[in-house]
Design a protein around this ligand. Structure first.
Ligand code: ADP
Length: 707
């Protein structure tokens, strides 16, 4: 089917053609024929790169041009949301009868942003949508199209329940919005489609054919049983397979089971890859490597990355900060980086394909089980999804490195059918969180209506009603016992504490911990205690466990700051994240954090993000509990965490453009407060190291605004 045959305005057809779309891919045609442009709700279950984004764009065009209502696009990941936001924003240039307003919002769960409702398209994470529903935003009733991406994550332990609740609530809206649910190929897609009241479009079509195989003892056996030989070396099979692809003109992604292995695979590949580079490539890579050194503190990890990039290889994992990761992704996309060794996080995220994907190991350490566990077939198929670059490759290959067990691997993974998606909503944690939010937004709801609502979730269609009822009763009893909800005559209502917990978007367990801890303090001076509470709370993430060598550091910390504790720190509930955050707010460098705690810049980034959210929640609960004497301390601690600074710099960082480095330099130069800043002349300010005229002027302008 040609794009020009579509029932959308001519200007949008022209726009699509200009953007390289001439005819529809088969799954796209099937979806259009199923009624996408006539408002039909559809679940598309198709492989990665089969063109699901264009379907979203077509539905958006239709809704905008017919002024049907607001459009929400939901993604499980911030990076994916931002990729799609940029894609949809291109529609700005098309005349759709009025100026199209689009906004992305993926953080700050406790902010009721009134302006959000002024947009036509909202690009949100599932969690953000959930928090917007909890805030009771009025514009929800104007939503006419819901595009839900990566819907197969419904079965994910952590992210599944929120997606499930959000979809249940949206599909039940009185105006019954059109739903376009996008999913990887899953076994029980029909069941998911039934639940969502969607038509199912299932397709196995790929723009680049995928061939899967297993490596064993120097030989790769592909799906069609064709075999080929790989030149083996001491670098080991994953790297040999990557180099083999490179020799045939294709890039490779090597999926490693741990961060350490990803670095080691990249290191092993480096010398051989360097030999394949021409002078121009070497020059460019040299510049990229220098950029990494210029923009980051020189931790061992950063130095290793910079030296590897010079040779055309890189590693990619959560220890790297977002800037480094973005740079690696774009340099791999433009083919300067030839081989990328990565942890599996790369598979569920932005679009980053390679000719060959190598799965170095199908086992992975699972912290919940404390042992290695084989990855699921669904997970394996997701990794395969990265194989084959549409513009460059005629085929994609996914090869698992076997170990004398290639027949088993073949049967299980390559011939295997992905596990069906099963709801995780009735887990204790998910249920108490979503029950509280449901009662909170439906004051006075009857017990049987709560059960009725949950029976409309996916778990409701997969489990027996009596089972759900049983789980709900247990959960409600807990919520009542901790004063989150009250019951009278079979009707439930959330208390102030319950409502605030729900809008703060924290787990009730975290709220209880915060409330109990706050009961024990009435005066200032509990920095370590507050950090301890935050880092052990249910919502804190990531938690790094203590290693043997951390105990000495921990006991010194406890000894030195014993008077700051709220409750005793036991080594069982304490983690390395506490040590790292405490060092961070005392201005430790990234090098110190990395060398002493093994905490990298990317880890610190994620920890400060969660800590910032939780300290805000703690502040609000302290307010609710009338703990006015400690509010300033909590408020200042938030800023200390955000910037990684000692208390004496808190005033300076209130000014835009002043972060931990500049604040410290100013302080050393005798400028200790915003008051000092306003007294000093622009010229003198500009002469201070790392300030300069532009920043000095900006500081002065900002000072005027806030004073
Ligand atoms: P998915 O979301 O299914 O993983 P994408 O929507 O990201 O896949 O599409 C993968 C690539 O295919 C993108 O680069 C996209 O521009 C391209 N593409 C999609 N549909 C078409 C089409 N009909 N014609 C040409 N290219 C297309």
């Amino acid at each position: 089917m040609k794009i020009e045959q579509l029932d959308i305005p001519p200007s949008t057809i022209e726009f699509l053609q200009k953007n390289g779309y001439v005819s529809l891919y088969p799954p796209q045609e099937k979806t259009v024929k199923a009624g996408l442009l006539e408002g039909q709700s559809i679940l598309v279950s198709a492989p990665t790169a089969s063109g699901k984004t264009l379907l979203a764009i077509l539905a958006i065009i239709k809704h905008l041009s017919e002024k049907r209502g607001k459009i929400v696009y939901l993604s499980p990941l911030k990076a994916l949301a931002s990729e799609k936001f940029n894609e949809f924003k291109k529609l700005d240039s098309v005349d759709l009868g009025k100026n199209m307003k689009i906004q992305i919002s993926t953080g700050d769960f406790d902010v009721s942003d009134k302006n959000l409702g002024q947009n036509d398209i909202l690009v949100l994470t599932n969690e953000k949508m959930d928090s917007i529903i909890r805030q009771g935003a009025e514009w929800i009733d104007q939503i006419s199209l819901v595009i839900a991406d990566e819907v197969h994550l419904l079965g994910d332990d952590d992210r599944g329940p929120t997606l499930e609740i959000v979809l249940t609530k949206l599909k039940l809206l009185p105006q019954r919005p059109q739903i376009l649910a996008l999913s990887a190929t899953v076994t029980n897609a029909d069941e998911i489609a039934d639940w969502l009241e969607c038509k199912l479009v299932h397709s196995e079509w790929r723009p680049v054919p995928l061939s899967e195989g297993v490596y064993d003892q120097g030989i790769v056996t592909m799906q069609d049983r064709k075999k080929f030989e790989i030149q083996t070396s001491i670098r080991g099979p994953p790297v040999d397979l990557g180099l083999d692809s490179l020799n045939n003109g294709g890039q490779a992604i090597l999926f490693a089971e741990t961060r350490t292995r990803s670095v080691s695979l990249a290191t092993k590949a480096s010398e051989a890859v360097a030999k394949t580079l021409n002078n121009e490539e070497k020059e460019m890579l040299e510049k990229i490597s220098q950029k990494i050194l210029d923009d980051n503190e020189h931790t061992e990890l950063v130095k290793t990355l910079a030296s590897l990039i010079k040779n055309g290889v890189a590693f990619h994992h959560a220890g790297l900060n977002p800037n480094c990761r973005d740079l690696i992704e774009s340099e791999f996309r433009n083919k300067r980086i030839k081989i990328l060794a990565s942890t599996p996080t790369l598979a569920a995220g932005v679009n980053l394909p390679a000719r060959r994907v190598v799965i170095a190991n199908v086992s992975r350490y699972d912290a919940k089980y404390g042992a290695n566990k084989p990855i699921s077939i669904l997970e394996y198929k997701q990794l395969c999804g990265r194989a084959g670059r549409p513009q460059y490759d005629k085929y994609g290959e996914a090869i698992i490195v076997g170990n004398s067990n290639s027949d088993e691997i073949f049967d299980y993974y390559i011939n295997g059918i992905p596990e069906p998606i099963s709801s995780k909503l009735t887990g204790d944690k998910a249920l108490r969180i979503h029950l509280l939010s449901f009662v909170s937004t439906n004051p006075g709801i009857k017990g049987e209506d709560i059960v009725e609502f949950f029976s409309k979730t996916l778990s409701g269609s997969q489990e027996r009603k009596t089972t759900i009822k049983f789980h709900i009763q247990i959960s409600l009893r807990y919520l009542e016992s901790e004063d989150f909800v009250k019951q009278k005559g079979g009707r439930y209502i959330a208390t102030e504490f319950g409502k605030r917990t729900s809008t703060l978007y924290i787990d009730p367990l975290t709220a209880v911990l915060f409330r109990k801890s706050l009961e024990n303090i009435s005066t200032k001076g509990h920095t370590l205690g507050l950090l301890h509470i935050i880092t052990i709370s249910e919502d804190f993430f990531p938690k790094f466990s203590l290693r043997n060598k951390d105990y000495e550091f921990l006991s010194t910390l406890i000894e030195n700051y014993a008077d700051q504790l709220i409750e005793p720190i036991s080594e069982y509930d304490c983690n390395r994240s506490l040590l790292a955050i405490h060092s961070w707010i005392n201005e430790s460098s990234e090098i110190f954090l990395s060398d002493n705690f093994g905490i990298e810049s990317g880890d610190m980034h994620r920890m400060t993000e969660t800590a910032d959210w939780l300290i805000h929640a703690l502040y609000e609960i302290a307010k609710l509990e009338k703990k006015d004497d400690i509010l300033t301390e909590i408020y200042d601690l938030r800023s200390r965490i955000l910037y990684g600074i000692k208390e004496e710099l808190v005033d300076l960082v209130k000014i835009k453009g002043i972060g931990r480095i500049r604040a410290r330099i100013l302080f050393k130069n005798g400028i200790k407060t915003t008051e000092d800043l306003s007294k000093i002349s622009i010229d003198r300010l500009a002469k201070i190291d790392k300030i300069g005229l532009v920043i000095a002027e900006n500081i002065k302008t900002h000072l005027k605004k806030i004073r």
